[in-house]
Design a binder for this molecule. Structure first.
Ligand code: NAD
Ligand code: ISE
Length: 339
């Protein structure tokens, strides 16, 4: 049976997910769309044979012809739509962030726990990237010994006009925060944020770049260089240093050309290019799991822990000192991770 998906928020990533649901993946179709910008939603619906246009999110969620919901609207709207989907008994894929505050995430945790089953997958797609998966396999195999340190860099070539200085942490570094928790199957215990010399390309009021230091509960340290005006491309780096060796993300996605005593390769232009396969794998995993009656991948707990770490990171940026993280007790529903 084909899964009929309703999409709330048809901006940049909403349209990209509609493209993959319609033309790339199997087992699902886009049955309905909506957006606060109804003209945009109408234009998208017109290109999708048989898709309905809904006036708002609640109408889409309660439509009996919609089996499952994709939330790709702005972050502050996610809570409302995820809670409504849970209340309607429908599986939901929510782009990051799960919600923008600890309290909002708490309410989603409470709702899902009350429902008694996992109903939400959060879009931390790096967990589906081949390179990150190979890195995690190397770390967990034990072949290179116990992990000690992870070095990471998250460099955007540039960011759009609506991007604020806080987003360096809660829109960009949030991915590295999720990778750290997933890589080491561990929670983050404390965050410190250092401010290097400000790039001359930074917008006024931006501390760009930042150095974000995550202390895992085990004692592993993760340093993340976050920069949003790198100019030269979208450059994602990672290396885990273990007791008996190291593992790093490969330098080039494609071929490395050696010529005349030099070598060169491609730096991806955008996150869409760098993670296109991860997005496909993530979404296919969600479709398959929902068709089988459940869900998979990053959970509401992962979304909650990431948002709390971002809030703490912003507090550390402002205070200039190490800020400890306090999480609520982890409900039994999230004690067994599925991916
Ligand atoms: P965008 O601004 O291009 O699109 C957001 C859309 O949501 C717009 O069309 C807007 O009109 C609509 N919208 C806003 N409020 C709404 C509401 N109350 N109800 C319905 N629609 C509403 O933004 P985007 O870049 O597509 O980002 C959307 C979400 O996806 C964000 O949460 C962002 O963090 C996330 N995102 C994730 C990744 C990733 O790598 N996983 C990449 C980009 C964006
Ligand atoms: C963007 O919103 C994303 O989620 C991308 O994956 C990330 O790399 C980028 O920094 C964010 O702005």
């Amino acid at each position: 049976m084909t899964l009929n998906v309703g999409v709330i928020g048809v901006g940049m990533i909403g349209q990209d997910h509609i493209r993959r649901l319609t033309h790339v993946l199997s087992g699902a179709r886009v049955a309905a769309v909506t957006d606060v910008d109804l003209d945009r939603a109408r234009a998208v619906a017109d290109d999708l044979p048989g898709a309905k246009l809904h006036q708002n999110g609640p109408a889409l969620i309660t439509d009996p012809d919609v089996d499952a919901v994709v939330v790709t609207s702005w972050g502050p709207t996610h809570e409302e739509y995820v809670l409504a989907s849970i209340a309607a008994g429908k599986q939901v894929f929510c782009e990051k962030p799960l919600a923008t505050t600890r309290e909002a995430c708490d309410r989603i945790v409470d709702a899902e726990v009350a429902a008694g089953r996992r109903m939400v997958m959060v879009g931390f797609m790096r967990r589906y990237d081949d390179q990150y998966r190979a890195m995690k396999a190397a770390v967990t195999s034990g072949d290179i010994g116990a992990p000690l340190i992870m070095h990471a860099a998250h460099r955007n070539p540039s960011v759009p006009g609506h991007y604020t200085s806080d987003m360096i942490i809660n829109d960009s570094t949030v991915h590295d925060i999720d990778v750290a928790r997933w890589m080491f199957d561990d929670e983050i215990a404390a965050v410190t944020v250092l401010k290097p010399r400000v790039s001359s390309k930074a917008r006024p009021g931006f501390n760009d770049p930042l150095l974000v230091l995550l202390e895992m509960a085990s004692g592993v340290l993760v340093d993340v260089e976050a920069m949003v005006n790198a100019g030269f491309g979208y450059d994602i780096r990672g290396e885990v240093v273990c007791e008996d060796g190291t593992v790093e993300l490969s330098e080039s996605e494609g071929t490395v050309v050696k010529r005349a005593g030099r070598f060169s390769g491609r730096v991806p232009a955008t996150w869409r290019e760098r993670f296109i396969r991860a997005f496909d794998l993530e979404f296919q995993a969600w479709i398959d799991a929902v068709r089988a009656g459940g869900t998979t991948g990053p959970s509401v707990w992962d979304g909650y822990a990431a948002t709390v770490a971002c809030e703490t990171g912003l507090a550390a940026l402002r205070s200039g000192v190490r800020e400890p993280i306090t999480l609520r007790a982890r409900p039994d529903l999230y004690k067994q991770d599925v991916a």
